[in-house]
Design a protein around this ligand. Structure first.
Ligand code: HEM
Length: 182
């Protein structure tokens, strides 16, 4: 996993729980924590940090990942406005993930291994996203969807009828989108 993801996690923890909390989490996870944005680090290190944070805040790991991804979406919107600018709704933004956004991310962060999605429209109009990755970070996707929607003045809901963490062969994220305040 790229160092930028570790930086984002550190920033979220430090902002909401203080620098000391991050130091404690590093210690408990047994990792050194010297990450550079462009470096690549073992996924297991990220999972160890998430598990340590989960114990500290007494919330399940998936909830920690979802929360941190919502925070990351705010940072992405600030740091990469060009990915958001062509869109007026999170729906088309999500549809651009495979062909535009993650390919651009790979140019900026060589060795990044981003997931791919296959898309469908549910009978009720919601966007169905099949998540394909060797990682099991569906909660990261969920948080990024929820967090990104805000930047289009929208509110998203995400349901996961199937999930690898419940023994299914892949995760499906069903995304409902409405204008915020409506
Ligand atoms: C401006 C928008 C975005 C940027 C800049 C961005 C960037 C990144 C980066 C840097 C990684 C780490 C890859 C690695 O370390 O190998 C990543 C992973 C990931 N991204 Fe995005 N991303 C964006 C939007 C999204 C959105 C909206 C989703 C929602 C589904 C998403 C889903 C994921 C997931 C689930 C991963 C974890 C890696 C995996 O599952 O294999 N991303 N993204």
């Amino acid at each position: 996993m790229k160092g930028i993801v570790f930086h984002l996690f550190q920033a979220s923890i430090s902002k909401h729980h203080g620098e000391d909390a991050w130091d404690d989490i590093l210690e408990e996870a047994g990792v050194e924590g010297a990450y550079t944005s462009l470096g690549t680090y073992p996924d297991d290190e990220l999972y160890a940090l998430v598990n340590a944070a989960s114990r500290r805040v007494d919330r399940p790991p998936a909830e920690v990942v979802r929360w941190f991804a919502m925070e990351a979406a705010d940072v992405f919107a600030e740091r990469f406005p060009a990915f958001f600018a062509p869109h007026t709704t999170v729906r088309t933004f999500l549809l651009a993930l495979n062909d535009i956004i993650h390919p651009e991310v790979k140019k900026l962060y060589p060795e990044a291994e981003t997931p791919s999605f296959t898309f469908e429209t549910a009978p009720d109009g919601r966007l169905v996203m099949h998540y394909h990755s060797h990682r099991q970070l569906c909660a990261f996707g969920e948080g990024l969807i929820l967090g990104s929607a805000k930047h289009f003045g929208e509110r998203a809901t995400v349901e996961q009828p199937t999930c690898v963490h419940r023994g299914d062969d892949h995760c499906v994220l069903v995304v409902g989108i409405e204008r915020a305040g409506s």
